[in-house]
Design a binder for this molecule. Structure first.
Ligand code: ATP
Length: 368
């Protein structure tokens, strides 16, 4: 029987449990044994109790649970060949040569590297006497498939990542809550949301809540943003609006590469010689990651889990490592490293303030 392991890695996101549930059940449905690796790559390196066979009922009730019940971690050892060597040994000892990883671009990069190195890792394990030649016979190739779990929706090549719509829903709910009190006191709120290189959450939250002003990393405001913000908000107030919401993605910069700080925005809104608004700052922080997954993420996670199991069973040594995307509402397989490299290039372009380049890269569909 084929043995398939599932793990979650990197930052957690709502819907990861739904991914695990779906993969476990689909694997069992396809006549395979399903395993979970606890604590991401750390569990793979540690082995033993960190790798556990799962039964159909072990994942009962996981569809709606927030976070990841099998844990996730950043694992320094996996960056080193020695760590990956131990991880390979632990997989062989459990008879596993198929792995589904749900995580961000870092986790998926690690997965691709592991797959590429697999034959040489096995050779080394045999040559150093850690394993006998017969032990590796049936496990010559490692099949890996990625599912993107991230609240940021920052991976190229897919319309949505598992967790992004839950985080967006949470932000909208929080802004709704803030709006009620803002309106009562006629206050302004500067709300900071997650997103270091990717302003998707802030942008979509601004659209969905009708925010007055927005700052995102991909599109810095013109030099005169202070005057522009004042005039937009003044206009809204003149039209009778009793509340003001300014959204800032945590990675938002001005044209000169300086971080747009919530404190500066607050001081501008509160300036006695300007708008003189009673202004507060709310940093949403980890509230955005927590809680149950919204219906879209449960659906996406379940459908992608099913596809990931199919993909891992169909993979051959010749096929490129793939990840499961959603494109124009279809669940599709795409080459993993192209998407990861594209994503890294976008982040680099934003860091070096090549914003047009970043947008062009995001808009371009990479070749398959
Ligand atoms: P997030 O988007 O939340 O940051 P991520 O998956 O990108 O998620 P990382 O911390 O970059 O998070 O990666 C998670 C783990 O994946 C790392 O701790 C490490 O164990 C492994 N990993 C990441 N990049 C590599 C790499 N280049 N080689 C080997 N392992 C890696």
């Amino acid at each position: 029987r084929k043995k398939i392991a599932i793990m979650t890695s990197g930052g957690d996101s709502p819907g990861m449990n739904a991914v695990v549930r779906s993969c476990v059940r689909m694997a069992i449905h396809m006549g395979c044994d399903a395993y979970c690796v606890y604590e991401g790559y750390e569990g793979l390196v540690r082995g033993g109790d960190f790798i556990k066979q799962m039964d159909w009922f072990d994942v009962r009730g996981w569809l709606s649970e927030g976070g990841t019940l099998i844990g996730t971690a950043r694992c320094m050892a996996f960056y080193e060949r020695a760590g990956r060597l131990t991880a390979a040994k632990n997989m062989i000892l459990n008879g596993i040569d198929a792995l589904i990883i749900c995580g961000g671009d870092g986790s998926l990069t690690g997965a691709d590297r592991f797959r590429a190195e697999w034959p040489s890792l096995l050779e080394e394990l045999v040559s150093t006497g850690e394993l006998a030649a017969e032990q590796i016979q049936a496990y010559k190739h490692l099949n890996i498939v990625g599912i993107v779990g991230s609240i940021d929706n920052d991976l190229s090549g897919t319309d949505a990542t598992v967790g992004c719509y839950s985080a967006l829903a949470r932000i909208c709910l929080c802004v709704d809550l803030i709006e009620a009190t803002a309106s009562s006191h006629s206050r302004a709120f500067v709300v900071e949301v997650m997103g270091r290189h990717c302003g998707w959450l802030a942008l979509m939250a601004a659209v969905a809540t009708g925010a007055d002003f927005l700052f995102i990393p991909e599109k810095p405001r013109e030099d005169n943003w202070r005057e522009e913000m004042r005039s937009v908000i003044q206009q809204h107030r003149k039209l009778g609006k009793r509340k003001t919401i300014v959204l800032i993605a945590e990675g938002a910069l001005d044209k000169f590469g300086n971080k747009i700080s919530p404190e500066e925005v607050r001081d501008l809104l509160a300036d006695k010689n300007g708008l003189a608004l009673d202004t507060r700052i709310t940093t949403l922080g980890h509230v955005q990651r927590g809680g149950t997954a919204v219906a879209y993420d449960r659906m996406l996670a379940t459908l992608q889990g099913v596809e990931a199991v199919k993909a891992v069973l169909e993979a051959t040594p010749e096929t490129k490592t793939c990840f499961i995307a959603i494109t124009e509402n279809k669940i599709v397989r795409k080459p993993l490293m192209e998407a990861v490299l594209d994503t890294k290039q976008v982040a680099k372009a934003i860091e070096s303030q090549d914003f047009d380049g970043a947008m062009a890269l995001r808009d371009a569909e990479f070749s398959e």
